[in-house]
Design a protein around this ligand. Structure first.
Ligand SMILES: [Zn+2]
Length: 274
C-alpha cells in the first residue's frame, strides 16, 4: 500500500512537472478557459501537518488559479476562505480580514467556480449528515472527480476554528493546535460553506473526502468548520476533473519525508477527533 502511494506521489509530481513545462509553452492557452476545470493545490496537507508553514506562493499568484477555495497562510496565521475571487483570512482572534496580496500561502486548494449541479439540502443535524447528503450527489456526479461545493444559507449552528500565528521553529500542526487553536460558536448565522471533495485515492497528497471552511455573509466571521447544523441551504457543485500541484524548491521542504503516513494526525487536526 505504501509502495502504491509512493508510485502515485511520484506520478503526480512528474505530471505536475510536465504540466509546468508545457504550461510555459502554452501559457496563453492555459490561462484561458481550460484552467477553469483544474484544482490547483499548493504543497500537500501532509507537509502542512508536519509543520511546513513557510509561504510558497503569494496570495496574488494564488488568485490567478482560482476564485474559490480553502487553505491557510504563512505560519498558519488563520484559515483561508476564497469566495467570489476574494481571499479572506479568518484569524485566531475570531476576526476576518481580506488577505493582502503579498501575504504568502503554505497550503491551499483553489479552482474557478462554475456551477454544474444545484440542489437544496435540508434538515442537516450535524457535519456527518452533511457529508452523507453531499456524498449522495457526488456519487451521481462522479466520485472520481474533484468537486468544490458552495453551500449558502442560514446556519442554526456553526462551530469553526482558527489558530494563532506560529513562530519558528515550527511545531507539527497537531502540537500547534493543541495550545493555539481557538473555537468560535455561532447561532443562526447567514453565510457560505466552501467545501472541497478530494478523491479517496488522494490520501498521500491531501485528505480524502470533505474539507469545509465557512465565511459569514457580512464577511466578519469564519474559519475551518468543526460542526454545523441547518434546516435548509442551497448547494452548488463544481465538478472538476484536472489537478495541478505547486511544490517548493526550498531546502527545508526538500528534506521532508512526505510519504510518511500522517493520516492519524490529519484526522485529529481536521476534526478534533483522536
Ligand atoms: Zn481547514
Amino acid at each position: 500500500m505504501k509502495k502504491l502511494f509512493a508510485i502515485i506521489l511520484a506520478a503526480a509530481i512528474l505530471l505536475s512537472f510536465t504540466a509546468c513545462s508545457s504550461q510555459q509553452e502554452s501559457k496563453t492557452e492555459k490561462s484561458g478557459e481550460s484552467n477553469r476545470e483544474t484544482v490547483y493545490q499548493v504543497a500537500l496537507l501532509q507537509s502542512l501537518t508536519q509543520g511546513y508553514y513557510d509561504g510558497i506562493i503569494k496570495v496574488s499568484e494564488l488568485k490567478e488559479h482560482g476564485d474559490i477555495g480553502i487553505g491557510t497562510f504563512e505560519g498558519v496565521n488563520g484559515e483561508m476562505i476564497v469566495l467570489d475571487g476574494t481571499v479572506y483570512q479568518a484569524l485566531g482572534d475570531g476576526s476576518v480580514q481580506e488577505a493582502a496580496d503579498d501575504e504568502t500561502v503554505p497550503f491551499s486548494n483553489v479552482t474557478f467556480f462554475d456551477s454544474d449541479v444545484k440542489e437544496e439540502i435540508s434538515k442537516i443535524k450535524d457535519i456527518n449528515a452533511l457529508k452523507d447528503a453531499l456524498d449522495k450527489t457526488v456519487e451521481k456526479n462522479g466520485k472520481n472527480m474533484f468537486s468544490f461545493v458552495k453551500i449558502s444559507g442560514e446556519f442554526k449552528k456553526m462551530n469553526v476554528r482558527s489558530e494563532l500565528k506560529q513562530e519558528k521553529p515550527y511545531k507539527s500542526l497537531d502540537k500547534a493546535l493543541a495550545t493555539d487553536q481557538r473555537e468560535f460558536n455561532y447561532d443562526n448565522i447567514k453565510g457560505t460553506v466552501v467545501a472541497l471533495y478530494c478523491l479517496d485515492y488522494m490520501g498521500g497528497l491531501n485528505t480524502p473526502g470533505w474539507h469545509f471552511h465557512f465565511i459569514s455573509d457580512d464577511k466578519k466571521k469564519g474559519g475551518h468548520i468543526l460542526e454545523l447544523a441547518f434546516d435548509s441551504a442551497q448547494a452548488e457543485y463544481d465538478i472538476t476533473p484536472e489537478f495541478d500541484m505547486r511544490l517548493s524548491d526550498n531546502s527545508d521542504f526538500q528534506k521532508m519525508e512526505l510519504a510518511k503516513d500522517v493520516s492519524g494526525a490529519i484526522k485529529k487536526v481536521e476534526t478534533n477527533e483522536e
